[in-house]
Design a protein around this ligand. Structure first.
Ligand code: ISE
Length: 337
């Protein structure tokens, strides 16, 4: 395919709107053809100034246009499943924001539906894989020059959580990123998850126990601990310290420019994931478009969506019980090898 991908973006909330701007202004080989949102005014606002794009309030209408040839799904996770099936039925390239679906059973059904097509069509929006520092850490792990990776210490801190963000979502919406990136960095599956609840902040909304300490183990025994802190107030931070046999690597601490002025020194903290991972989202969406133009999927697949959903399921059980819970995974289909 040499013409632009005509993309229907479903969901014009925070992430959807960000992707719409990105597709319109920075991504080559694609254009926004339609924006779908139940809030039609929000869809209309998102396409302002975009010639040729239409705002609609249902995905059916977008598919009925007939000239849509790719779909970017950015609705809340519990709405992904139906749109995924609609797009798979039409054999369209899909970029689906994480999570693929909220639970392992429905994610596995999506994996099965894609297998019936006989080729991959779904890329899942795990943007950390496209972050320059994570990529560099991955090279150190795979390259072996620092010896074996032993442990990962991860901090995932948000300034606050949006209305309706539940205790469970600290795992399914936030720690899901660590599940994916740990699998990506180590090239291994996660075997168990444990969640410990300690002293909680008074700034957490009712029903949320915040922060939580999540312990993750991979097949070779790499241990990762995650501080998931949803209401940390100071700003956004996703950082990791990796302990190797022959060195320690730190990534993600905001670095420079540092200003020294009037007897003080300091720098800036990124306010949210939109800024912290802005460049990674650009690379991610461009990689999706480029692969789609070749009829391929270049990034995290539906299998990754399913495997992380299985980790989330174990995480939710661990959150309730405090026990170390095994991750149950079906055998990996050949399509994803
Ligand atoms: C949000 O949905 C994201 O995907 C962000 O990357 C993550 O840091 C945040 O915790 C999630 O709620």
């Amino acid at each position: 395919m040499t013409t632009n991908l005509r993309v229907a973006v479903v969901g014009a909330g925070r992430m959807g709107a960000d992707h719409i701007t990105r597709l319109h202004s920075r991504i080559h080989g694609a254009e926004v053809a339609a924006v779908v949102d139940v809030d039609l005014a929000r869809a209309q606002a998102a396409i302002e100034g975009m010639e040729g794009a239409v705002a609609l309030d249902s995905a059916d209408e977008a598919f009925a246009l007939g000239d849509i040839n790719a779909v970017l799904i950015a609705t809340p996770g519990f709405l992904h499943e139906e749109i995924l099936y609609q797009a798979l039925e039409r054999d369209l390239p899909i970029l689906c924001e994480k999570p693929l679906t909220p639970d392992a059973t429905s994610a596995w059904k999506i994996v099965e539906a894609e297998q019936r097509l006989g080729h991959k069509r779904i890329q899942v929006g795990f943007m950390r894989r496209y972050d320059a520092e994570y990529a560099r850490l991955g090279q150190w792990i795979q390259g072996g020059e620092l010896g074996e990776l032993l442990m990962l210490h991860c901090a995932h801190r948000n300034p606050d959580t949006p209305p309706g963000f539940t205790n469970e979502m600290l795992i399914t919406d936030s720690v899901v990123h660590e599940f994916d990136v740990i699998r990506f960095l180590t090239g291994e599956e996660i075997t168990s998850v444990q969640v410990r609840l300690g002293k909680a902040t008074r700034h957490a909304p009712q029903g949320q126990h915040d922060p939580q300490h999540v312990l993750i183990e991979t097949t070779s025994g790499v241990l990762a601990d995650v501080e998931i802190y949803g209401n940390a107030r100071f700003g956004y931070e996703v950082s990791t310290v990796a302990s190797f046999e022959d060195g320690i690597v730190s990534i993600g601490a905001d670095s420079g420019p540092y200003l020294r002025r009037a007897g003080r020194w300091g720098g800036q903290i990124t306010p949210s994931f939109v800024e912290r991972f802005g460049p990674a989202y650009d690379v991610e969406v461009q990689a999706w478009v480029d692969a789609a133009q070749r009829g391929e999927v270049g990034g995290p697949t539906a299998w990754d969506g399913y495997a992380t959903a299985a980790c989330c399921e174990a995480g939710l059980e661990a959150q309730k019980s405090g026990n170390k819970v095994k991750v149950q995974l079906n055998a990996k289909p050949n399509l994803y090898n």
